[in-house]
Design a protein around this ligand. Structure first.
Ligand SMILES: [Fe+2]
Length: 396
């Protein structure tokens, strides 16, 4: 199963390309164009398709009718590129999807414009509308996945600075009851909301007050109910992290960054505009969901390129194995001890075929483990031009 993740488009004059801006908002300084056309070409060239399209908020820049109508057109084009009407769209509002022209200073935010749009209100048979009102969450139960969507912008007024998020815990009893009904299911469990649940290093040059303020309350519920993935937006730089707080069930956290906003220098340097595809596999014997997050970065000069040497998110981030470094080292050393002495090159795939528990090790844990075995085994890692990983015996 494949989930495409596109966040923080900021359709309106926050977007980087003319085709993402309604005609009436285009200004003389907007010069880039054909963003969507280039995305469609990239998706076609890479043969990318998706079963789901997750949108964790800020699809518009200010929630107005003009922007919502333009977003509708853009979303239909994105859906069509990724596989047509079979691609199920799951959208959760962000703080920029509040129609500020309808929201008075101290009032609860108005999502009326996007909520009343025919296209948005028809998503998921109209069930998306549940997130605009109490209890501000909804659980989509599909045949192959369960998705909990939360509106973390439900109480942001025009006066609030910064626009931090809040989990509406008044309804956590209802939420836990509904999640309890799914406790026997082995389907992947994904939670999607807008604000970031943890403070990220390097995510913002100064202090960051715009996180999900009571994230711990939500995280405890997600840990208890064995959620596999959290997908969020809000910060415009992408992130990948595995939460292993309870030492039993890891939760993969994907900060999607921004798909198409004109970025400040910090976010542009950190990750640039991002598109992600999450490929979800089976659960392993320990019950951990196996998968890969694939990420691409956009630049006007180069178009969509694989993320490469990013500070946090490389092109392929594996998840699903919770082997400790010592266990990984033991397994690799044991494999090497049993190969013929004259063998100088071993492919990583070959090792994984013999020891499948090594398949979905997180990139940084694997790199550290391979560095540690260098001196003892005489083998060091090398990535070939085709991106395959090999262990090569050092010349003495
Ligand atoms: Fe945003």
């Amino acid at each position: 199963m494949k989930i495409a993740v596109i966040s923080d488009l900021h359709i309106g004059d926050g977007a980087r390309s003319i085709d993402l801006i309604p005609k009436s908002l285009i200004k003389a300084n907007h010069s880039e164009n054909n963003f969507i056309k280039r995305f469609s070409e990239f998706v076609k060239k890479e043969s990318i398709t998706a079963d789901y399209l997750l949108l964790p908020g800020d699809i518009t820049n200010s929630g107005t009718e003009t922007e919502v109508l333009h977003s509708e057109k853009v979303l239909q084009e994105l859906q069509s590129s990724l596989g047509g009407e079979n691609v199920k769209i799951i959208y959760i509002p962000g703080n920029h999807d509040i129609d500020r022209s309808l929201t008075k200073c101290d009032d609860t935010p108005s999502f009326e414009t996007i909520k009343n749009n025919t296209f948005f209100s028809s998503l998921n048979n109209g069930l998306s509308n549940k997130v605009y009102q109490e209890p501000y969450f909804y659980i989509w139960e599909y045949d192959d996945i369960h998705v909990l969507g939360l509106n973390t912008s439900w109480n942001i007024s025009n006066n609030d600075r910064p626009k931090h998020g809040y989990f509406c815990h008044e309804f956590s009893f209802d939420l836990e009851n509904q999640l309890h009904m799914l406790s026997k299911s082995s389907l992947p469990k994904v939670c999607v909301f807008h604000h970031h649940p943890i403070l990220y290093e390097n995510a913002w040059p100064g202090s960051d007050f715009s996180t999900l303020q009571n994230a711990d309350a939500l995280m405890n519920i997600l840990r208890k109910n064995k959620f596999d993935l959290i997908i969020h937006g809000h910060r415009h730089a992408s992130h990948f992290q595995i939460d292993f707080t309870d030492l039993i069930h890891p939760i993969v956290i994907v900060g999607a960054g921004s798909f198409s906003k004109t970025l400040d220098m910090h976010s542009a340097e950190h990750s640039g505009n991002q598109f992600h595809l999450i490929e979800i596999g089976e659960r392993n014997d320990e019950g951990h969901l196996q998968g890969i997050l694939k990420s691409w970065k956009y630049s006007y000069t180069w178009g969509w390129q694989k993320n490469n040497h990013e500070k946090k998110v490389n092109h392929e981030m594996k998840f699903g194995s919770c082997l400790r470094k010592a266990e990984i080292i033991e397994k690799i050393e044991s494999y090497i001890e049993n190969i013929p002495i004259k063998e100088n090159i071993i492919s990583w795939n070959e090792i994984c075929n013999a020891e499948p528990s090594l398949k979905n090790i997180n990139n940084s844990v694997l790199n550290e483990s391979l560095t540690s075995i260098k001196d003892k085994t005489g083998f060091e890692e090398m990535t070939a031009t085709n991106k395959e990983l090999y262990l090569i015996k050092k010349r003495l």
